[in-house]
Design a protein around this ligand. Structure first.
Ligand code: ATP
Length: 309
């Protein structure tokens, strides 16, 4: 039984992200890289359900769960601990994660679960926290957690935790190619450092992406998509070259590695062509599975039929 010895859960749906632009700067004194990124929330979702329980803990369902920890290293449980400390509550809750976001896929699934848990638990405990307070806690949990709270399309700076919304005029249509194996984010950053050696980070201006988004022109956006981590992800997983080529051959306007990879995201002209590209890509055998998605979508939100306490 999913919720044993629990009372009515609060359920939150929270999206995955792709980075339309990811410029990685030098390594900072704290070991993180300075980033300039454009986050874009797409319609692949995890669900986070929390409820009061006499058997506190975490359970995870869905694809890739064997790689997800169920102890206090899970980002969702770290969110429980943080909110419990912040509010002086006893964390006597059960958290159930249903993964629709690929694990270790470069789509910030763990961060999504942390954001979802913050929203679900503050509803369950009726904490009445402001978005600013939640954002502050999100930033403590991880670089991508703040964006998962807000969703939409946003410019991220710092480690990615400082975000401002970006005007994005029309929906964008994507095909998402999920890989057979994950890539570890720190390993991909390490590979980027190795490939760069002593060279200065390249100049990758964000303005063309912001202009294309404001115009709502997917063709202009396709020309300006860019990710500094892509070369490192491809270096560690060379098959990604074939995947990227296959999506464009299938009719996508452009393909990009999502964040640290290995998931690839293909921008399509419209919803119909995305379905066609997905069907063709699925037949080529260059990835584990494909999904059709759109963006931008909102960040972590309580699901309407979730009973309020
Ligand atoms: P990033 O946010 O760096 O892009 P990612 O999307 O590539 O991350 P995640 O799915 O967030 O990768 O998982 C990265 C690792 O974090 C996993 O291999 C797993 O060991 C650990 N992890 C901790 N909590 C979670 C969670 N709730 N869901 C998935 N993985 C988690």
């Amino acid at each position: 039984m999913v919720f044993s010895a629990v009372r009515s859960p609060v359920t939150v749906r929270v999206p995955a992200k792709v980075n339309l632009h990811l410029a990685v700067g030098g390594v900072r004194a704290d070991g993180f890289h300075d980033l300039v990124t454009v986050f874009h929330a797409v319609s692949l979702f995890d669900e986070v359900a929390v409820a009061h329980s006499d058997e506190p803990g975490l359970e995870v369902h869905g694809e890739g769960v064997s790689e997800v920890p169920v102890d206090d290293t899970n980002l969702a449980w770290r969110a429980v601990d943080l909110l419990a400390k912040h509010s002086g509550r006893d964390p006597a809750v059960r958290v159930v994660l249903r993964k629709g976001i690929p694990v270790a896929g470069g789509m910030a699934g763990g961060s999504a679960d942390a954001a979802g848990t913050l929203v679900a638990l503050s509803a369950l405990w009726r904490l009445d926290l402001s978005r600013d307070e939640l954002s502050e806690m999100a930033a403590q949990l991880g670089s991508d957690v703040t964006f998962a709270l807000h969703g939409g399309t946003a410019l991220g700076t710092g480690r990615g935790e400082r975000i401002v919304p970006v005007l994005s005029r029309h929906p964008l249509h994507w095909v998402i190619a999920l890989a057979r194996r994950g890539l570890s984010t720190p390993t991909v950053f390490g590979e980027l450092d190795r490939l760069r050696g002593a060279a200065e980070p390249p100049d990758r201006p964000v303005e063309p992406v912001l202009t294309a988004l404001a115009q709502g022109d997917p063709r202009a956006l396709a020309l300006s998509l860019g990710n500094d981590l892509q070369a490192a992800a491809v270096s560690l997983a060379p098959d990604l070259r074939r995947t990227l080529r296959a999506g464009v051959n299938a009719g996508a306007l452009a393909g990009i590695v999502s964040g640290s990879g290995p998931t690839c995201a293909f921008l399509c002209p419209d919803a119909e062509s995305a379905v066609e590209v997905a069907a063709e890509l699925a037949g080529v055998g260059v990835c584990r599975t494909v999904r059709v998605a759109h963006g931008p979508v909102p960040g972590a939100r309580v699901v309407d039929d979730s009973p309020q306490q």
